[in-house]
Write a protein that binds this ligand. Structure first.
Ligand SMILES: CC(C)(COP(=O)(O)OP(=O)(O)OC[C@H]1O[C@@H](n2cnc3c(N)ncnc32)[C@H](O)[C@@H]1OP(=O)(O)O)[C@@H](O)C(=O)NCCC(=O)NCCS
Length: 188
């Protein structure tokens, strides 16, 4: 399935007309079916809940948003924004916060820079739509070294002690300061 990027749908100055190759959008009737087919490798299954197992619950929750990651119009990934106050590690964060959950790039598309580009795109989108939210928080399994390295590379920092609440072992709690100066967007 291929969709137009948001920037091709509205008039822009000529110097800005090159559409982004990767972008994020709320899951809707057009993207939903493709989102439900997204999978991760067998060894990654304990790190994330696949959309086919939690999309319906996310859509039914008024404090949650389901998002698709698209590259050249193809759905390649997914994430869940969780606005519940104690949504991440059952912890009350001091500033207005949002949780990032179920972040994944489909196993067929991993290792091409989409994960890193998606992080930049989702941060940019969140800043634009929800300027009231100051921090983006998440947990990442201590065995998930690639995801943790990615989060550190884009600017997340550790936010306190490990969380021991999940069934798959301890998790780092990490946080990103959305009020800091935005970085240049990466467009794969
Ligand atoms: C974590 C994940 C989203 C990364 O997506 P991706 O598109 O493969 O990542 P990228 O290609 O953008 O790579 C990001 C960085 O991680 C490194 N990396 C990613 N996967 C790697 C692997 N299997 N081996 C070695 N390095 C890896 C890359 O080298 C890259 O570093 P660089 O930007 O300094 O070169 C993806 O692997 C995934 O969906 N994993 C399963 C679900 C998961 O664990 N989600 C996180 C839950 S907290």
């Amino acid at each position: 399935m291929h969709l137009d990027s948001p920037s091709t749908r509205r008039a822009r100055p000529s110097h800005e007309r090159r559409p982004p190759r990767l972008w994020v959008t709320r899951v809707d009737d057009v993207t939903r079916q493709a989102v439900l087919t997204l999978t991760v490798a067998e060894g990654q299954a304990g790190f994330v809940v696949a959309p086919r197992d939690d999309l319906t619950d996310i859509e039914a929750d008024p404090c949650s948003e389901a998002h698709a990651v698209l590259h050249d119009g193809e759905v390649v990934g997914f994430y869940h924004l969780d606005f519940h106050p104690l949504g991440i590690a059952e912890r009350a964060f001091p500033q207005p916060s949002c949780g990032l959950r179920s972040f994944l790039i489909d196993t067929r598309h991993q290792g091409r820079g989409y994960g890193r580009a998606a992080m930049h795109a989702l941060i940019q989108d969140l800043r634009a739509r929800r300027p009231d939210v100051q921090r983006l928080n998440l947990t990442v399994n201590c065995r998930n070294v690639h995801a943790r390295a990615l989060y550190l590379a884009v600017g997340f920092t550790d936010a306190g002690p490990l969380f021991h609440g999940g069934p798959n072992g301890p998790q780092h709690v990490m946080s990103f300061d959305l009020t800091r100066a935005p970085e240049k967007r990466v467009n794969r």
